[in-house]
Design a protein around this ligand. Structure first.
Ligand code: 15L
Length: 271
């Protein structure tokens, strides 16, 4: 049964990626039709699935995948630091294409996989709430900050609702000490996406995609209205993570800022 009757067809971009592939299964009942898109090969596996392959950098392809869509889970694009040309094509042009095609197709809501790397240059001594403006740590983080501004622009000017998920570290288990603060379980990601679809009104909202970790750096209290209630915690894995070793220590910038190991990439600042 569709979880929001306003959304009969939901497009998932990046549906062949780790998170997209998980959401495809976890949100199988979220709409009458899930349209799956990726640049990599995909095939429909169930009656409620359909496939619209294409490159995000190709506007005609994005327009075609948007036809008849009510809501979008935009998880496509490059998920880490890369060359400017690649980030420009997939993440910057690609996200612009998503919102512009969404506007033309009359899409009501976009749920955007932003990233903690949009705020990666904040010092770890600072706790952040959902009003914290971007301080990107990489070109990748910059592209996520651009996506958040696209969300703002298309909501203010065209009324397309948006939720920007500043996802922490979404993996089966936390892999290092930083992830004891930043980890999000797959199940909590599905819970969050479900709430982003179910909430009757979201306007244009930023939310941290993170589990109920004991060492949290990020505060979602201002977006409590979304009803996101994480059920998992990285603390369960704390002993295992500690035994695994491999932590960064100051003055390594990887240990000083929210963005962790993304921060030293191309870092040349002396003071
Ligand atoms: C991200 O945005 C990446 O997509 C993911 O691979 C992790 O590196 C994550 O951030 C993180 O910060 O742990």
């Amino acid at each position: 049964m569709a979880c929001n009757p306003a959304f009969r067809r939901i497009l998932i971009t990046g549906a062949a990626g780790n998170l997209g592939a998980y959401l495809r299964e976890a949100l199988a009942d979220a709409a009458a039709v899930l349209r799956l898109s990726d640049r990599r090969p995909l095939a429909a596996r169930a009656a409620h699935e359909e496939v619209a392959a294409g490159e995000l950098a190709d506007f005609a392809a994005v327009e075609a995948m948007m036809t008849g869509v009510d809501a979008v889970l935009h998880f496509g694009g490059i998920p880490e630091e890369d060359s400017w040309d690649n980030i420009l094509a997939a993440n910057i042009r690609g996200s612009y294409h998503i919102w512009e095609a969404a506007r033309r197709a009359g899409v009501k809501r976009v749920i955007f996989a932003s990233s903690n790397h949009a705020i990666g240059m904040y010092p770890r001594t600072q706790r952040l709430d959902t009003d914290a403006p971007p301080r990107p740590d990489t070109l990748y983080g910059l592209s996520k900050a651009f996506g958040e501004q696209l969300a703002r622009y298309y909501f203010d000017k065209h009324g397309i609702e948006a939720v920007c998920l500043r996802i922490g570290s979404c993996f089966p288990e936390p892999r290092d000490e930083r992830m004891l603060a930043t980890w999000m379980s797959y199940a909590d990601l599905a819970r969050l996406c479900r709430r982003c679809l179910e909430a009757p009104v979201v306007d244009c909202t930023v939310v941290y995609g993170v589990s109920a970790n004991a060492r949290l750096w990020w505060d979602n209290s201002k977006v409590d209205f979304l009803g996101y209630r994480p059920e998992d915690s990285a603390e369960f894995y704390a002993e295992k993570v500690r035994a695994g070793g491999g932590r960064f220590t100051p003055p390594d910038p990887a240990a000083l800022f929210h963005g962790g190991h993304f921060v030293p990439i191309g870092y040349t600042r002396q003071r």
